[in-house]
Design a protein around this ligand. Sequence first.
Ligand SMILES: [Zn+2]
Length: 326
Amino acid sequence: MIRRKDGIHVDVGGATGTVVADARSAVGDVNIVSHAHADHTFRRTPDAVCCSATTAALVEARTGTAVEFTDSLPGIELLPAGHVAGSRAALIEGVGGHDRSVLYTGDFSTRDRAYLSGFDPVPADVLVMETTYGDPAYRFPAQSDLEAEIRDWLADNDDPLFLFGYSLGRAQKLQKLAREATNRPIVASDSVLTVNDAIEAATGVAFDAEPLRTDDLDGDEIIVLPANQARSDWVADLVERVGGLKAGFSGWAVDDSFLYRGGYDVTFPLTDHCDFDELLTVVEAVDPETVYTHHGFDETFAAHLQKRGYDARPLLAGQRTLSEFA
Ligand SMILES: [Zn+2]
């Protein structure tokens, strides 16, 4: 039985009991955290979490709360999900006392990017997948072309450049691209630096951004900031004072409205999620009997899968029971 309430609940039964993934409240017998984005972590950290060591380190760094974790349990295999540092999908086996398997993706990307390897799908009977960009309008350029375009833009503009992306994920990739493209100083906000330090301590991948001091900019800097600050007053004041260009990075950049909403001068569809075609490729590789979609274009993508002959449906919040294992 699989349902979506607060997070995704899978009733495995047997010794495992109920597996709960990416919930705000840790009510499962096993509680999985797929990655350290705030909307996937617990309000109060439970006694034991099933996650990667890097995710535990990132949650500790961002919340100041110690995390007891395990990355291996009988019947549960964590697989690199390629979304952000430490992100994992979970292959849950022996579900319902039968020889059935459920693959839960969490947020994921199949693209190799910077220090991340893309998600490598494995076969499963049931696939529970994140479908943020599960609409055919969201097809992104090849990663190498996209990164070359971003590096060219970084190298061609001498103004102060303000780059906006999530503190965990896009912000690190933007620092890597900026360093590949130029020798200019890179500065970042505290929230980005906190994540940099945690990733470096956990994985050895280093970043060379210095702390942003808003009163001490000489105009040569590349400034990496959290996406949620793009419209903030202090950023508006800073851009007015030192000049420069604002760039937004997200899969939503495919829509013109993303540029206007963020007040950006330029946008690039750099994302940590799969695009529509990549989602389809993953379904084909997993070859499941049933697909449950969640997040973003969950209904649209399930409908596309149905047209292709799959038993697929959105895992809507509040629906109690969607599947019983025979
Ligand atoms: Zn995420």
